[in-house]
Design a protein around this ligand. Structure first.
Ligand SMILES: Cc1cc2nc3c(=O)[nH]c(=O)nc-3n(C[C@H](O)[C@H](O)[C@H](O)COP(=O)(O)OP(=O)(O)OC[C@H]3O[C@@H](n4cnc5c(N)ncnc54)[C@H](O)[C@@H]3O)c2cc1C
Length: 389
């Protein structure tokens, strides 16, 4: 048999190529060096400082899939997943900043942008400009297409009026993908995607939410009062914004899966370290069978979640259908993240409940995985619809 000496036609899902492995290691090493010392402070102050964001750009993780001809990394969607996982292992707030930039904003521009749009925005996004993705509103979350934000033709462009809520990176972003309905009588077929720059007249970023978890990641309201947007900034076709929204989010939720497995791995790392150190009844608590088995169960859950996330990402890169797999990876990995972080809090005992130790934060951070980019109920709807027709 020669297979052990040759490349396998179907390598195991979690076996990374040399390039993928080096990439993940370099991002995780960066996270340990540059992010970890700031985690507590960023959570307390609910803020990510610009110097750290600049370092993320220098590292090359803000335009991972942007082609090299536009100053990007020229890498795959799977690389984005690896970066989000590695960063979230240290801080899921940094994980989501990078996730939104790559899996939603850059992804949508690559797929739907004209050459002019790509030339204008991709080099900026890969090198210095943070992006945000604005679909949700106060009255339309799960039912996103019931949005009240309107766009109307005006001269050589459009005027947008309305409010968006819950927009990740709202504080840091200079480029926003914004969905508005241009023809409400046509229902969702009036929805159109626009690229809005922070400086466009009539656009302001409103209040920032004070949150349970991922506190350093900004979540903001956006206000549009006759905001003037040039015609060239329509992303995709007029009336086809619903496709931009659905198809981008289908991919984006694999990134949330990556955030959740990174987060769960971080909590498991802490739990392993602590239980080997902490002594009760004369021995390390990791030596108690009950504790060992809980850790083994958590590791098994996490491995299963990682397989779902990696498979969905690899399917997406292979241009195979991945809708069901993406929904499954998000629902499962967010549940695993909740279970593993909760276990980590338990295993830290009293220390799990205080801010001097890292696990209470990860427990708070885990909750968002079941809410954004489609709640768990909506993921189940997607899976059931694919299964039952
Ligand atoms: C921290 C944070 C960051 C976010 N970032 C962004 C962002 O960058 N861009 C953006 O556009 N949005 C963002 N969101 C919004 C997020 O996507 C929505 O909050 C989410 O889609 C849920 O919408 P909702 O809050 O209106 O809840 P609702 O839709 O009101 O849901 C409330 C509950 O009802 C359930 N429910 C609703 N409809 C159904 C149904 N048909 N069947 C069964 N159950 C149902 C839901 O599962 C949920 O449990 C963010 C939200 C948060 C909290």
């Amino acid at each position: 048999m020669t297979t052990q000496h040759t490349e396998l036609a179907h390598p195991p899902l979690t076996r990374l190529s040399e390039d993928e492995q080096l990439f993940r290691e370099s991002v995780y090493e960066f996270a340990g060096r540059e992010v970890r010392p700031l985690v507590r402070e960023m959570d307390d102050h609910a803020k990510i400082g610009r110097p750290l964001i600049d370092k993320l750009f220098d590292l090359g993780v803000m335009g991972i899939e942007v082609p090299e001809s536009y100053s990007g990394g020229g890498a795959s969607f799977f690389h984005s997943v690896l970066a989000v996982e590695a960063l979230s292992r240290v801080d899921p707030s940094i994980g989501v900043l990078v996730d939104v930039q790559n899996t939603l904003v850059v992804n949508a521009l690559l797929r739907w942008g004209t050459d002019e749009v790509k030339r204008r925005y991709l080099p900026q996004l890969a090198s210095r400009v943070v992006g945000a993705y604005a679909l949700s509103e106060a009255g339309s979350g799960s039912d996103a297409f019931a949005m009240a934000t309107r766009a109307a033709e005006a001269g050589d462009g459009f005027r947008i009026t309305g409010r968006k809520l819950w927009i990740t990176n709202g504080n840091e972003a200079d480029v926003f993908i914004v969905f508005a309905n241009i023809n409400p009588e046509a229902g969702y077929r009036g929805i159109t995607a626009f690229i809005v720059e922070r400086g466009f007249p009539g656009f302001t970023v409103g209040k920032k939410e004070d949150k349970l978890g991922i506190r350093a990641s900004s979540t903001c309201e956006l206000l549009f009062e006759d905001c003037v947007v040039p015609r060239a900034n329509v992303l995709g076709e007029i009336g086809k914004g619903y496709k931009v929204a659905i198809e981008t989010l289908n991919e984006g939720r694999i990134g949330i899966g990556a955030q959740m497995i990174g987060l769960a791995q971080g909590a498991l790392d802490h739990a392993i370290g602590y239980t080997k150190e902490r002594k009760q009844f004369g021995k390390a608590i990791a030596e108690f069978q009950a504790v060992k088995h809980q850790l083994a169960r958590a590791a098994t859950d996490l491995e299963a979640a990682r397989l779902l996330v990696y498979n969905a990402a690899r399917l997406r890169d292979a241009r195979q259908p991945f809708l069901t797999e993406a929904a499954m990876c998000k629902i499962f990995s967010s549940e695993v993240a909740e279970r593993v972080t909760s276990l980590a809090v338990n295993l830290f005992g009293g220390n799990g409940f205080v801010k001097d130790y890292p696990v209470e934060k990860l427990f708070r951070d885990a909750k968002i995985g079941q809410i954004y980019e489609g709640t768990s109920n909506l993921q189940l709807e997607t899976i059931a619809k694919q299964m039952l027709g």
